[in-house]
Design a protein. Structure first.
Lengths: 187, 244
């Protein structure tokens, strides 16, 4: 078996509407596809082309375009090649369909994305809290969540100029660059 | 489940009369400082420097410091690095299980003021708001030499009776509990009866009880044995229930 993405796959995929295929190199293909067609594509890739391993689902928050991008990374052991399928869904209400029936590891990825971005996957077996069991705030990876502001609101900071440090500073030691300087955003 | 009343006799108001008591105290403190068992709760990346500090290269054991596997047998709780809010709960549970006297060492800059995770929503920033820290060893991460130096410092402080963070936890429990409730919510509770322990050790002060401990008592749910299931030869048996 050759270690490339087989050309017949291209022909097969051209049958799907609204698809854009870009070859990154001989063993990597990027596919942009309409959200509606993704389950069909995955079914084709899994059933007909040997892409049996879903290595990850990643989510990107494009807040200016009011969209979430979901990237499905698929790996084929036979042709040793990677296909990444990109879709965009609307940020509101942020609902998409689960691919758990095709790839069972998707349950974990979807649960994680639900927790971090608030995207709801219909048909996923478990959408309850996963890692952030102690977290009651908004999904923290969404771009509108300001982690720094939340931290400043929740925690207090220790004094960086305590008395004992002054002695050390007089002897030529101490803090070179204060955290306040570091924290100042560049204008 | 039957409740058993164990009478606790506290030596309230009794002052020591034995003139040799102080000599013995000093001896006890010396021995205590030379035999420390540490529970290293490896919360963050700072734990990487501990294996060389413990093993043959730097050999902590020559100072009498050894790793210990359970909190109930340990003297030192070593927090090695950033503490996420989720971990902090477990750290507090662990700390309250340890027998007094107990000491907490915060290794790494992350325990001092958040370190490089200062703007992260997931980590607690100052460890000493939630637990009484006896000693900080700053650095990202501190070298084994620094860890040993810090340990020697703690030994000195134990010998001179300055390392009394555990007493502070009893005396100002209300403040510590308030900070814990601020992070974990009002219904935060631990199995340990800290106020009872404080009066047992004769360490209850004006800061032991307050508005936060009242809130704790309001929200307290009775402890129940955890139900665990395990399988013996095909049948499911329930553990944690009492059979007659
Ligand atoms: S201070 Fe540095 S080494 Fe220590 S836990 Fe923080 S990031 Fe890790």
């Amino acid at each position: 078996m050759s270690k490339t993405v087989t050309p017949w796959l291209d022909n097969l995929l051209q049958e799907i509407e609204g698809i854009e295929i870009r070859r990154k190199d001989s063993r990597r293909v990027r596919i942009d596809i309409a959200a509606d067609s993704l389950p069909t594509l995955l079914e084709l890739l899994r059933g007909r082309a040997g892409y049996v391993h879903l290595s990850a689902i990643t989510c990107v928050d494009w807040i200016d375009e009011s969209q979430f991008e979901l990237v499905y990374q698929l790996w084929s052991y036979e042709s040793q090649s990677l296909v990444s399928a990109h879709i965009r869904i609307a940020r509101e209400p942020g609902v998409y369909v689960s691919v758990f029936d095709l790839y069972q590891p998707a349950a974990f990825f979807e649960r994680d994305i639900h927790e971090m971005f608030g995207v709801y996957f219909e048909g996923s077996p478990d959408m309850s809290k996963f890692i952030l069991t102690e977290w009651n705030g908004p999904p923290p990876m969404r771009k509108e969540f300001d982690s720094e502001a939340w931290v400043n609101e929740t925690f207090e900071w220790k004094d960086y100029q305590p008395d004992w440090l002054k002695e050390i500073t007089e002897q030529g030691g101490g803090i070179v660059k204060t955290p306040e300087e570091t924290r100042q955003k560049n204008p | 489940m039957k409740e058993i009343d164990i009478p606790i006799e506290a030596s309230v108001g009794q002052s020591r009369t034995n003139p040799l008591a102080r000599v013995f105290d000093e001896l006890v403190r010396f021995c205590r400082s030379r035999s420390m068992f540490m529970l290293h709760y490896c919360t963050g990346c700072g734990a990487i420097e501990l294996p060389p500090a413990m093993t043959s290269r730097f050999d902590m054991e020559r100072l009498g410091i050894q790793p210990m596997v359970t909190p109930r047998q340990a003297d030192i709780l070593l927090i090695t690095g950033y503490v996420s809010i989720k971990t902090l709960k477990r750290v507090i549970l662990t700390y309250e299980q340890m027998g007094s006297p107990k000491y907490v060492i915060g290794i790494c800059s992350c325990t001092v003021n958040g370190g490089m995770y200062w703007q992260s929503y997931a980590t607690a920033k100052q460890l000493d708001q939630y637990l009484p820290v006896d000693l900080y060893i700053a650095g990202c991460m501190p070298r084994p030499e620094a860890v040993l130096e810090g340990m020697r410092k703690l030994m000195d402080r134990i010998r001179s009776d300055e390392a009394d963070g555990w007493k502070d936890y009893y005396r100002r429990y209300d403040w510590y509990l308030g900070n814990q409730q601020h992070l974990f919510g009002d219904d935060w509770q631990t199995p340990a009866d800290v106020i009872g322990e404080a009066s047992h050790y004769d360490l209850a002060g004006p800061g032991t009880e307050g508005e936060h401990t009242r809130l704790l008592q309001q929200c307290q749910k009775p402890l129940e044995p955890q139900q665990t299931f395990f399988q013996i030869g095909g049948s499911l048996e329930k553990k944690g229930e009492f059979h007659e």
